[in-house]
Write a protein that binds this ligand. Structure first.
Ligand code: ADP
Ligand code: MG
Length: 269
């Protein structure tokens, strides 16, 4: 017996609404000059869960997550309409400081970008120093966040060595540690494994899994296998639109939209 799409949607809608929401995009659109990169995106980010954003290259994944911490607007001519709520409050309200938003909603980039000549220890503290924050106990903080990214045991005897000497996977974990040192509530990761080998990728995926007890995480990935492995919720974007958002297992086993089905079965993208 085939189940109707509406019954699938209804079944999915119930638990989705019951979860605590950390952030929410409401009718979010984004432009680069005249070019519209996102159209009317509305979706929640569930607290302390991993949300994956998938879709073919150019569909707006990076633009979307950059709107979640007000990084989109740093591009000349870029603009946003609609809204993004963090704990129910607009991050685009006139009295909100974008720097404060970016501390609460941290970001990790595609290519690991530690300061190559700076020591591992100073790399961990770099975000804090740039923000003018002096933690009460730097050594304890460095150990704590390097522990959270499973790097402490590998680097504890070489904290004064340059960050650039680490392997690619270690550098990406160092960058995640630098982000976590700022005590964000939400962590955005834009294809964090795209430059890493399978072993380093597996470590980052394990890390994402461990971190979700403490942080709300959004991972952009072009790997459907990765999205299926790491995410609790998955959003499929296509041509700047949100085609479908649901529990990851629903997206990967019973998507409602034929475009999602075509994408996850590899028919395009
Ligand atoms: P994705 O991350 O899914 O590959 P992006 O969010 O980077 O997609 O891009 C969405 C659309 O916006 C694409 O059409 C892309 O060409 C365009 N775009 C991205 N960055 C810029 C920019 N700095 N200036 C103009 N257009 C851009
Ligand atoms: Mg991108």
């Amino acid at each position: 017996m085939t189940e109707s799409i509406d019954s699938i949607r209804l079944r999915a809608a119930r638990p989705l609404e019951a979860e605590p929401v950390k952030m929410r995009a409401t009718s979010l659109s984004a432009w680069f000059g005249d070019k519209r990169a996102l159209s009317n995106i509305s979706m929640p980010l569930v607290e302390r869960k991993v949300t994956a954003v998938i879709g073919p290259s150019g569909c707006g994944k990076s633009t979307f997550i950059r709107c979640l911490n007000r990084m989109h607007e740093v591009v000349a001519g870029a603009r946003v309409s609609g809204d993004v709520l963090l704990d129910g409050k607009s991050i685009y309200a006139p009295d909100v400081d974008p720097v404060r938003v970016r501390r609460r909603v941290g970001m990790v980039f595609q290519k690991p970008n530690p300061f190559p000549t700076m020591s591992i220890r100073d790399n961990v503290l770099a975000g804090l120093r740039l923000s003018g924050i002096e933690p009460p106990d730097e050594d304890a903080l460095v150990e704590e966040v390097l522990g959270q990214v499973a790097l402490w045991d590998e680097v504890k005897d070489s904290l004064d060595r340059p960050g650039g000497e680490l392997s690619g996977g270690q550098q990406q974990r160092l960058c995640i540690a630098r982000c976590l040192a700022l005590e964000p509530e939400v962590v955005l990761m834009d294809e964090p494994c795209s430059s890493l080998d399978p072993v380093a990728t597996a470590k980052i995926e394990e890390l994402i899994h461990d971190l979700r007890d403490r942080y709300t995480i959004v991972v952009v990935t072009h790997s459907m296998q990765q999205a299926a492995r790491v995410s609790d919720y998955t959003a499929f974007f296509y041509l700047g639109e949100l085609v479908e958002y649901d529990h990851a297992d629903v997206i990967f086993t019973k998507p409602s939209d034929p475009r999602t089905e075509d994408y996850i079965t590899g028919r395009f993208g």
